[in-house]
Design a binder for this molecule. Structure first.
Ligand SMILES: N[C@@H](CCC(=O)N[C@@H](CS)C(=O)NCC(=O)O)C(=O)O
Length: 208
């Protein structure tokens, strides 16, 4: 049984969503990131102390996009990952990684500055730069959505799972304002049954 270490509002939702889309059995082990240093079971899984982590038998992995790629490669084929000669493959590959490396990662300095930094350090140049970069990079998503309903083309793929998380994070925690096309896109992706189930399972989870 695959175990996903994480929680409902974290990047572990990407992993649970892939598992739901693929119909694979799994359990969610919730991690309270504000008390993770008192969770030795979790620290044994990821001593670097961040989520998500995934355990599949003897295999333990971190990094949400790498975990998604592992699951799709090992338990696929799946329409979530178009094959290399599919016309949608280059866009798929780009947006799969843009969702984390190009977008969600930029939100971390913004989130920690807003919610965790001492009062005097909340407004800072670095976080403002990250926010501006995120907004500029959104142009890539917008341009693509002008041309097709999903990021790889006509069909929903794991690139949409990756970017949906980033857009939700920006909107929910960082004051990013999305246009109508991006809002309609989020309604399409998060309207999927597999997303609903992943959210539900991640919320219920299993305790410590
Ligand atoms: N690039 C990593 C980022 C992981 C990450 O930043 N996770 C957040 C929660 S969504 C976290 O655990 N933050 C706490 C920390 O890094 O100390 C991934 O995609 O998995």
């Amino acid at each position: 049984m695959i175990t996903v270490w994480g929680g409902q509002t974290s990047r572990s939702i990407r992993v649970a969503w892939v598992l739901e889309e693929m119909g694979l059995p799994y359990r969610v082990r919730q991690v309270d990131m504000l008390a993770a240093d008192q969770d030795p079971e979790f620290l044994a899984i990821n001593p670097a102390d961040y989520i998500p982590a995934m355990q599949d038998g003897d295999i333990v992995m971190v990094e949400s996009i790498a975990i998604m790629e592992y699951l799709m490669a090992r338990y696929g084929p799946t329409p979530l990952a178009p094959p290399p000669h599919d016309p949608g493959f280059p866009a798929y590959q780009q947006f799969l990684h843009l969702g984390e490396a190009g977008l969600a990662t930029l939100m971390m300095p913004v989130v920690v500055s807003r919610f965790l930094a001492p009062e005097a350090e909340r407004e800072n140049w670095g976080a403002a730069w990250c926010l501006k970069s995120f907004q500029k990079r959104l142009a890539l998503v917008s341009r693509r959505l002008d041309r097709s309903p999903y990021l790889a083309g006509e069909d929903f793929t794991a690139a949409d799972i990756s970017v949906t998380y980033a857009l939700n994070l920006g909107q929910r925690n960082c004051g990013i304002i999305l246009g109508d096309a991006e809002q309609a896109y989020l309604a399409r992706t998060t309207g999927r049954d597999a997303y609903e189930r992943a959210m539900q399972r991640s919320h219920e989870g299993t305790g410590r």
